[in-house]
Structures are given as structure tokens and as C-alpha cells.
Write a protein that binds this ligand. Structure first.
Ligand SMILES: Cc1cc2nc3c(=O)[nH]c(=O)nc-3n(C[C@H](O)[C@H](O)[C@H](O)COP(=O)(O)OP(=O)(O)OC[C@H]3O[C@@H](n4cnc5c(N)ncnc54)[C@H](O)[C@@H]3O)c2cc1C
Length: 489
């Protein structure tokens, strides 16, 4: 291999590594990806995505294609053993990001969409059938790789391990997994209907049957996902073909459906205590794992890589000090931690609901689904108790250009302003390369944001950094922005 030093090395071309490689390549960085397998993994593990991920996919111009190949979920029910709902969560068609908050996809297809788009980046090199076997040094990082028993070496300035649950990079940086004490065996069955049948198409069910917890999710087109908890003493070998069809009998049968796979998984919950060592990072399942009840494992990884992309870009381009990279784990780990807890809570709610048929009166304190993700615990200025600061900023259509606000700001820091700016602020904004959008009072999407404020600062990942009323308050927010992200202006 040549002595070229890539800006970025990524180990693992699963959904998280593929998204990251697209994001960084779209920013113009030179990227090399090392993946030990060839082609998209055929297993449809993740099935659910959300509006924040669609916003990320929109950075790659593939959100519309993802939506066109997905199904909108309208409701989730927690039910008794006979499918009578204990509680139902209605899912709106769109949230304030302008995307569906829950969308059901087929993972091999989603990964194909991401990979096909990645082919358009000339600065992205994908090495499949190639395993990363050794990491050395820091500046540059030396990566020893093996392809078909032939060893070679590549070099990169930054390395990101998107190498899944058994991450080799996580072990290399000596990160330990913090265990949440949740381990359950479930059999996951992917099936495809071959005929039109009467089966719920836009509603998922968490069936809290005291004899066995079950999940039904209608996938995109004819894909259907079923999950069944293993009972005490049961193991993989108990799930013969006959047994699997028996479990599926309330929904589908051999005459109207085909089984793609039935696999026993250990649902597990853990998070790494360290996500970075100098210029080496971990993201996705390498950094955290959770049971799939919330459908947020991959989503948490996609949030990681959006957070990391613009920070690495600024550091490489000399627009921010290396310290900006400390904010990656500081911002992402507490958020991921909440998500793992919430996924675990849903599993516990199913268990608790199941006791109702045994006469217990369980009343949950948590909705399970539709709970609002927490605001960032760092990386903002002002009071986040307004429910706006440190959360994803909305997306809205621009008045004249036909573009929307996400397209307008792209990867830039942004200022949305309702009032005139002083010359002094104007100069600071130019120096800091902040893109300005002037809006009027009538924009309905911005009503809450402009309550007692005239200026909104957003980050490149479209999280709201601050709301300010006066020019002098804005000046303070700008200086805080510079400080918190170690910007070089
Ligand atoms: C049953 C089930 C249902 C799920 N449902 C959802 C859901 O609805 N929504 C959701 O968001 N998430 C869901 N998840 C979680 C989701 O599938 C994972 O979080 C996601 O696939 C992780 O992606 P990743 O890219 O981080 O890791 P992976 O997909 O594991 O990819 C890691 C890649 O790294 C490669 N690799 C590893 N080591 C090396 C090496 N040394 N050299 C080269 N390559 C290497 C591997 O070959 C692999 O391709 C579910 C999971 C399961 C099991």
C-alpha cells in the first residue's frame, strides 16, 4: 500500500461506519474504510429510524430515498396476551424537524442506499475483505491490515472504530464496558408475506403475555419482524422450524409467508467508559449496546457520527484546536446513556404489564415510546429548561429560494436573526464564518424559539446553541461558542 496519509481511517463498514464515511467524504476529507467482510450484511437487525437520523441522511442527500423505501409507523401498543391494548402511543406523521419521527426500513436495503451514495465520493476508498489487525503510533496512526492472507499498512491522521460490539479499537484504547445488568435471550424472526393477508400494517405491538413476551413490527413492504423472549431453560436448539411456525401462527403461516431467518440474540445493555484516546475514537455499537425495544441502537451510532464529523473536520482544517474533540464523549455519552436506560425501561415495562393478567395493578410512570430525548448536557449556552436550547433545531422552508433551512446552513454554524445586527457583530460573524439567515416575525415554526429572543445560534449538527435578545447578549453567546468549541478565528 502507498505511503499516502489519509485524513481519516474508519474500521467497520456497518451502517454507522458507512454513514460516517459519507459524512466526512462529503466534507472533502480523504477517507479510507477497512471492512473484513464483503458486501452489505444480509441480516436485517435494525428496523426503525427517526427524524434526527433522516436529517443526517439528508446531509448525504439520501433521506428521500430512505423514506421511499420505508413504512410509516402510526401507533405502538402495549397489549395483553390477546392483543387488547393496555396503552397506545400515537405517532405523528412529522415532527419539528420536518421528517417522520418513526420509520420502518429493511437494514440491508438502507445500507445499500448509503453505500451506493458513497460511491460518488472520489476521496473515499473502501477496502473490503480486509481486516484491521494492528494499530500503532499517533501521528500519523499506522494501521496494519490483512487481505486474503496478505499483510500491508496504511496511515491516517484520525482513526474511528465503527467496528461493532466486539470492537477491536475499543480494546486497543483500553476502554472498559460499563454493564447495565440487562441480559435477555430473545429469538428474532424476519419473515416476508407472499400473499395479501389481514395483518396490522402501520401498528407495532409489544405483547405483554405472562407466558412469553412478544414483539410484532410491520416492516417495509412485505417484511415482518417478530421477537419472542426465551423462557427459563430454553435454548437455541428448542426452536425447530415447527416451533418457529407455531410461535408465528397468530399472524402468518407457511401458505402466506416465508421465513428469512430465526436467530437467538442476547439483548444486552452497556456503554464504554472511554470513547477517545488522542486521535482514535469509537462510535456506534463499539461504544454502546442496548436491547432493541426502543429501536435506537443504530440511531445512537448515527447521532455519534454526526456529532463527531464536524468536530474532526474543524480540527483537521485548523479551524478549531484539538480540544474540540474532547466534547465528543462529553456530549454523546450522557445522551447514549439515557437512550440505553429508556430501551431497558421498555423491556421492564413489558415484564410489569404482563403481571396484570396475574392480577397485579401495574401503572407505568413512563410512556415507553414518544418520550422526548434529553437535551445535550454540554455544548450549549443559556438555559436548556426551555426545551429548545441544546436540542435539534427545527427545519423550515425558506421564503423565496425554495430551499429549506437545513440545506441553507449545510455544515456551517448559523445565526437566525429577527432584528438588525450591529456592524461590530457583523464583523465577528464574518470572522467566525457564521452563516446568517434573516427571518421575519411571521415564521410559525420559529414562534417558540423567538419568545423573548431575537437571535438564535445553531451548530453545524443543527443543535440550538443559544437564544439571545440583544446584540450584547449575542456577543456574549458568540464568545462562548468560540470558547466551548476551541474555535480558531
Ligand atoms: C434484533 C435487533 C434489532 C435491532 N433493531 C434496531 C432498530 O430498530 N433500530 C436501531 O437503531 N437499532 C436496532 N438494532 C441495533 C443495530 O442493529 C445496531 O446498533 C447497528 O447495526 C450497529 O451498527 P454499527 O455500524 O455500529 O456496527 P455493526 O453493524 O456491527 O458493524 C461493524 C462492522 O465492523 C466490521 N469489523 C469488525 N471488526 C473489524 C476489523 N478488525 N477489521 C475490519 N472490519 C471489522 C464488521 O465486519 C462489521 O461490518 C437492533 C439490533 C438487533 C440485534
Amino acid at each position: 500500500m502507498s505511503d499516502k496519509i489519509f485524513d481519516i481511517g474508519i474500521i467497520g463498514y456497518g451502517p454507522v461506519g458507512a454513514t460516517l464515511s459519507g459524512l466526512l467524504s462529503s466534507l472533502g476529507l480523504s477517507v479510507v474504510v477497512i471492512e473484513k467482510n464483503k458486501g452489505v450484511s444480509p441480516t436485517a437487525r435494525a428496523i426503525n429510524t427517526d427524524s434526527e437520523q433522516l436529517r443526517t441522511f439528508n446531509f448525504l442527500n439520501i433521506a428521500a430515498e430512505v423514506i421511499a423505501n420505508s413504512r410509516n409507523l402510526k401507533k405502538v401498543h402495549f397489549t395483553d396476551s390477546q392483543f387488547n391494548p393496555y396503552t397506545t402511543i400515537d405517532i405523528p406523521k412529522e415532527d419539528n424537524l420536518g421528517w417522520p419521527p418513526t420509520l420502518l426500513f429493511y437494514q440491508p436495503e438502507l445500507e445499500t442506499i448509503i453505500r451506493n451514495n458513497n460511491q460518488s465520493y472520489k476521496n473515499l476508498k473502501i477496502l473490503e475483505n480486509t481486516e484491521a489487525v494492528n494499530i500503532e503510533g499517533t501521528n500519523p496512526i499506522r494501521l496494519d491490515i490483512r487481505n486474503n492472507r496478505k499483510d500491508s499498512t496504511i496511515y491516517c491522521k484520525y482513526l474511528i472504530g465503527c467496528d461493532g460490539a466486539n470492537s477491536f479499537v475499543r480494546k486497543y484504547i483500553n476502554a472498559k464496558l460499563i454493564d447495565f445488568g440487562f441480559d435477555q435471550d430473545w429469538i428474532v424472526i424476519d419473515a416476508h408475506t407472499t400473499k395479501q393477508i389481514d395483518i396490522s400494517k402501520n401498528e407495532a405491538k409489544q405483547i405483554c403475555d405472562p407466558n412469553r413476551l412478544k414483539t410484532y413490527v410491520p416492516g417495509r413492504r412485505n417484511h415482518k419482524r417478530f421477537e419472542f423472549k426465551l423462557l427459563r431453560g430454553e435454548s437455541k436448539k428448542d426452536f425447530t422450524k415447527k416451533k418457529v411456525w407455531e410461535l408465528l401462527s397468530p399472524w402468518i403461516n407457511k401458505n402466506n409467508s416465508k421465513i428469512e431467518r430465526a436467530v437467538v440474540y442476547k439483548f444486552h445493555a452497556c456503554i464504554a467508559d472511554k470513547w477517545r484516546d488522542k486521535n482514535i475514537f469509537i462510535a456506534g455499537d463499539a461504544a454502546h449496546q442496548m436491547p432493541p425495544f426502543l429501536g435506537a441502537g443504530m440511531g445512537t451510532g448515527i447521532r455519534d457520527v454526526l456529532n463527531l464529523s464536524w468536530k474532526i473536520y474543524l480540527a483537521i482544517k485548523g479551524k478549531a484546536e484539538e480540544n474540540i474533540l474532547d466534547t465528543y464523549q462529553q456530549e454523546r455519552a450522557p445522551h447514549a446513556n439515557w437512550t440505553i436506560q429508556q430501551a431497558k425501561t421498555i423491556g421492564e415495562m413489558m415484564e410489569q404489564y404482563s403481571y396484570r393478567e396475574k392480577g397485579e395493578n401495574y401503572v407505568p410512570s413512563n410512556k415507553g415510546y414518544g418520550e422526548v430525548f434529553p437535551h445535550l448536557s454540554k455544548g450549549y449556552y443559556g438555559d436548556p429548561s426551555d426545551g429548545l436550547i441544546a436540542t435539534p433545531f427545527c427545519r423550515f422552508d425558506l421564503d423565496l429560494s425554495g430551499k429549506d433551512s437545513d440545506e441553507y446552513f449545510g455544515w456551517n454554524f448559523g445565526l437566525i436573526s429577527k432584528k438588525k445586527l450591529t456592524n461590530e457583530i457583523d464583523l465577528i460573524l464574518k470572522k467566525m464564518n457564521i452563516k446568517v439567515l434573516s427571518v421575519n416575525d411571521k415564521n410559525i415554526n420559529l414562534k417558540n424559539y423567538f419568545e423573548d429572543a431575537n437571535y438564535l445560534l445553531i451548530r453545524p449538527d443543527k443543535y440550538l446553541f443559544s437564544r439571545s435578545k440583544t446584540n450584547s447578549e449575542l456577543k456574549e453567546a458568540l464568545s462562548e461558542l468560540e470558547k466551548q468549541f476551541s474555535l480558531i478565528t
